[in-house]
Design a protein around this ligand. Structure first.
Ligand code: UD1
Length: 360
């Protein structure tokens, strides 16, 4: 069985790390794969450092398609991947997550009659204004084999008419990566430099276009956190998308701005924080596993199990509603979490074993 494994962004790397480890562990002579990096994320802190920390093999090719609008990115990736696949036809193209690289490579694979395997298929926010929701729907509509993280995702696919026989509930590859690295988390320099104390600071991440592309809105959020969290320090690794709208960082006295952290450093900070404030989806899964309170600045989520089973709550995007949630947090009334089904560190192996079975 020959396959291409597609990676483009920081969260993709975490997902494929689990798959690469499973391939190594199962060590089947049946499997031959090539790792294709689209180059969607290209700066050191969002890409290269994850390869070295997580021991991910060097990509067989980098398509270097970073930058530009979503449409430009998808188009560039499609053209470049087509050039590659033409002379290197695999049996399967495995795509993960919901980013531009996921949808672009699925379309190309399908046009060359290559079967598409989608890992983390079926999740839906039902908010079509999100670029990721468009990517999810399009990718799943041409997926041959869907590997899902939850019963909800499975239901969404069945509801959309997806063949039930080809949906496999295997769990969560991000959780595999988290559990296999949890004992390697590393304290970043900024921890001691800023005299931080365990469980006495927040971690903040923001990158969603609707939250960061308007300077005024972004600054209103930061102003609220700076003034209303009892002078707790807030560690804010800034995503490149967010950077351009942060003109005057000096006005915030409790926010510690930094470059994106490496995986081991970022999760050290999360694990030892008082709580996390984010608009990411993946981080809500990690906080669920590490039982850290998570306040998500969104109106919806495609990962409802992080709320029903985990530590996540949607606090919305209206500042006037934030006080209610922070009061609950500071009063010590935040819920504890439990791990959703199959989020147990063995998902990568389930995926590879199933692919071997399908190939027989
Ligand atoms: C992408 C994903 C999102 C994921 C996020 C994680 C899509 C539609 N979105 O969003 O689902 O949660 O990654 O990080 O695929 N840039 C750099 N350096 C880089 C990468 C990007 O400067 O290494 C710049 C880009 O040129 C662009 C902006 O940051 O101006 C946004 O990058 P992009 O890849 O379009 O989307 P993300 O916001 O990172």
């Amino acid at each position: 069985m020959k396959f291409h494994l597609i990676v483009g962004t920081r969260p993709n790397l975490l997902k494929i790390s689990s798959i690469c480890n499973a391939i190594k562990k199962i060590n089947s002579s049946q499997i031959r794969f090539r790792l294709i990096h689209t180059g969607q994320h290209y700066n050191k802190n969002l890409s290269q450092i994850f390869f070295s920390e997580l021991n991910i093999p060097k990509p067989d090719i980098n398509l270097n398609c970073g930058g530009g609008t979503s449409v430009e990115q998808i188009t560039k990736i499609m053209i470049s991947y087509e050039e590659y696949i033409k002379n290197n036809i695999p049996d399967y193209t495995i795509v993960v997550g919901d980013v531009n690289s996921t949808v672009a490579c699925s379309i190309v694979a399908k046009s060359y009659q290559v079967k598409v395997v989608h890992v983390e298929a079926g999740i839906r926010s039902f908010d079509i204004s999100m670029p990721e929701e468009i990517n999810r729907i399009l990718t799943d509509s041409i997926t041959d084999f869907a590997f899902v993280t939850s019963e909800n995702a499975k239901k969404n696919l069945i509801y959309s008419g997806f063949n039930k026989q080809n949906i496999f509930f295997v769990g969560n590859t991000m959780v595999d990566t988290l559990l296999s690295n949890i004992n390697r988390f590393r304290k970043p320099q900024l921890f001691d430099c800023n005299k931080l104390e365990l469980n006495k600071y927040f971690v903040l991440t923001l990158h969603r276009p609707s939250n960061v592309d308007y300077e005024l809105k972004l600054n209103e959020f930061l102003n609220y956190f700076d003034k209303n969290l009892f002078n707790y320090k807030i560690v804010f690794p800034i995503h490149p998308r967010t950077k351009k709208n942060l003109k005057n960082k000096l006005i915030f006295k409790n926010i510690i701005f930094c470059e994106p952290l490496s995986y081991l450093e970022f999760n050290f900070m999360v694990k030892n924080s008082f709580a996390v404030i984010t608009d990411s989806g993946g981080i809500t899964e990690e906080t669920t596993i590490m039982n850290v309170p998570c306040l998500t600045i969104r109106e919806n989520t495609e990962r409802p199990e992080t709320i029903t089973d985990g530590t996540n709550e949607l606090i919305g995007t209206e500042i006037k509603n934030f006080d209610f949630y922070f009061k609950k947090l500071f009063d010590g009334n935040w819920k504890s979490g439990k791990s959703p089904k199959y989020w147990d560190g063995k998902t990568g192996e389930r995926i590879i074993n199933k692919l071997i079975e399908l190939d027989e």
